[in-house]
Design a protein around this ligand. Sequence first.
Ligand code: FES
Length: 130
Amino acid sequence: MNFVEVASVNEIPAGETRHVEAKGIEIVLANVEGRIYAVSERCGHQNAPLSKGTLNENIITCPLHHAQFDVTTGKMISGMVELSLSGMDEAPQSVQEAMKAIGEMTSHIKTHDLQSFPVKVTGKRIFVAV
Ligand code: FES
């Protein structure tokens, strides 16, 4: 496992995330109150890009089905949120059935913890061990 330079601290203000790659591995960096953490970019549910989600303190929320993970550990906090069919009453029957089927299939997919990567900051340079 070697440390690879991936970004500068200037590129990730507190409370924000950034997608980077190190040796072909997709990683999301998160700045939690000035400290940088690195976890897998791909959601532990269905691989959505977590850097497109939202960061609230140390919790990142997936943009696709809203599973939540602790960026300081990679641990899952909560799984996906099931699709709501409210407001779909006006949609064609075929669309309602398709949405219901997708929701049922998706609800059976397990959500896993994210891989967490060691981070080292030297001056303004961020390194991640991969
Ligand atoms: S892909 Fe992230 S919660 Fe489904």
